[in-house]
Design a protein around this ligand. Structure first.
Ligand SMILES: [Zn+2]
Ligand SMILES: [Zn+2]
Length: 134
């Protein structure tokens, strides 16, 4: 089924077609530092299944062959490509889908680099909004 998504400011929009190859939450330090977040959800497709329908992402070389495509206006990370490790494939930051609930991730990857406390975050106290103020 086709899915749509985009960056926070709306300058960049995209669609994905067909079945994803994989969908995982990545804990590597490159994802963490580029996103400024403890982990990043990536859903993988053949390159021709993902089409940018509005705008042009800026491309940042985060490693020798890794390329991170993001919105230069609002900073949202959108795609990852790596011509050497992942030829013919593209990873999409799955939280940028308009309906991210529709595609739950199926695995955690790169846990060798995971922040140690991330293994236990589900045990933290939770609040519908914020903790009660003193
Ligand atoms: Zn944007
Ligand atoms: Zn990663």
């Amino acid at each position: 089924m086709p899915m749509t998504g985009g960056c926070h400011c709306g300058a960049i929009r995209y669609t994905t077609e067909g079945e994803a190859i994989a969908h995982a939450l990545c804990h590597c330090s490159d994802c963490r530092r580029h996103a400024g977040a403890p982990m990043v959800g990536w859903i993988m497709f053949p390159s021709d299944a993902v089409r940018v329908t509005k705008g042009t992402p800026k491309v940042y070389a985060s490693s020798e062959n890794g390329r991170r495509h993001f919105c230069a206006d609002c900073g949202t990370g959108l795609f990852y490509t790596n011509g050497q490790m992942l030829p013919g494939l593209i990873d999409v930051q799955s939280a940028t889908y308009d309906e991210p609930e529709a595609v739950p991730p199926k695995a955690h990857t790169q846990v060798a680099e995971r922040l140690s406390w991330m293994a236990h975050v589900h045990e933290l106290p939770t609040f519908e909004r914020y903790p009660p103020q003193g």
